[in-house]
Design a protein around this ligand. Structure first.
Ligand SMILES: [Zn+2]
Length: 323
């Protein structure tokens, strides 16, 4: 089949579309994620899938399957969301395959949002042609995906590679997962803003709106030469460098791809990391590892999600098919 439905379920929007095998979106629907949570989201999901199926029928397009990417922990074999995210209300313990079976005969595949982002970068973005890949998504939190021999590492049921919750400082700030000094506490937008607010308060710089400061503003202050923003950025680079070195030592990758909202149009982060990585870790492993920004921006979740039916159905998807 040359077309799949891809769905990206995020904290603010649900983006869905019919995606061609070369990654082109031929029809797309975007709706805000209902704030009421579970039942309302499942209803919207149904409306979106039915609309896309009707569109395909009208255009005589045969759909191969439905691929979904969502925040939270996903049992990939069962296509079930085990535990969700604080960004989406009641988004846990949902057997998505069973829910969708009630109104669609198409096979359903579900994975977490960063794993599908990793697939999108592998087939159509910065990691195209690479087999050994680490992908870090720096956003509200920090998520990760790892490809080895070209396939995602899923672990027992799909929970593997929560790279944001790798501790890089045993004396660090307490993360909401219960560990001190997680990578997320250095490199997520939330924590970059939180560290800046704390420093501003400590230094009595309360003329800046401390409570509502965002990660983007911290980067703006940094570019303007603000010393406290410089301190926050140094901590971010230090945490990220240690995290990336740990991952390189662990997985011996060819490339590390950095994506997510924090990285959008911020290529200077790549440059600072490259400089930092020159002096850390085992040379044989670290030298030669490429560090790149993710190439696909807005639609990577939806495109990555749509790859799953091609990958996991018997009609094996390969890089050759898309070149
Ligand atoms: Zn954590």
């Amino acid at each position: 089949m040359d077309y799949n439905i891809g769905v990206d379920i995020g904290g603010t929007k649900i983006a869905a579309g019919i995606v061609q095998r070369d990654g082109t979106i031929i029809h797309q629907v975007k709706v805000p994620t209902p704030k009421l949570g579970r039942e309302a989201i499942l209803q919207v999901l149904k409306e979106v899938i039915v609309e896309l199926t009707l569109f395909a029928n009208k255009k005589s397009i045969t759909l191969g399957g439905i691929g979904i990417g969502t925040a939270g922990q996903v049992h990939v074999q069962e296509a079930k969301i085990l535990s969700g995210t604080s960004n989406i209300r009641n988004w846990g313990d949902i057997h998505l395959r069973e829910e969708i079976k009630a109104y669609s005969e198409l096979p359903v595949y579900v994975d977490n949002d960063v794993n599908v982002l990793t697939l999108a970068e592998q087939y159509f973005g910065a990691a195209k042609g690479y087999q050994e890949v680490i992908c870090l998504a720096l956003g509200t939190g920090v998520g990760g995906g790892v490809l080895t021999k070209g396939s995602l590492i899923h672990g027992t049921w799909g929970g593997a590679t929560e790279l944001g919750h790798m501790s890089v400082d045993m004396n660090g700030e307490l993360c909401n997962c219960g560990l001190p000094g997680c990578l997320e506490t250095f490199a997520s937008g939330t924590w970059i803003a939180r560290r800046m607010s704390k420093l501003l308060t400590e230094h009595g710089e309360e003329h800046i709106d401390v409570a509502s400061i965002t990660g983007e503003e911290v980067f703006r202050f940094y570019k303007e030469g603000h010393p406290l923003a410089k301190e926050v950025v140094q901590q971010m680079i230090q945490g990220l460098s240690i995290g990336i070195i740990n991952l390189i030592h662990m997985f011996n990758p060819q490339i590390v791809v950095l994506g997510g909202g924090v990285m959008a149009n911020e290529d200077w982060i790549i440059y600072l990391l490259q400089e930092n990585l020159k002096h850390k870790g085992l040379r044989a492993l670290v030298n030669g590892v490429e560090l790149k920004s993710a190439e696909l921006q807005n639609e990577s979740g939806l495109i990555g999600a749509s790859i799953q039916p091609w990958l996991y159905s018997t009609n094996k998807f390969s890089i050759e098919n898309v070149q």
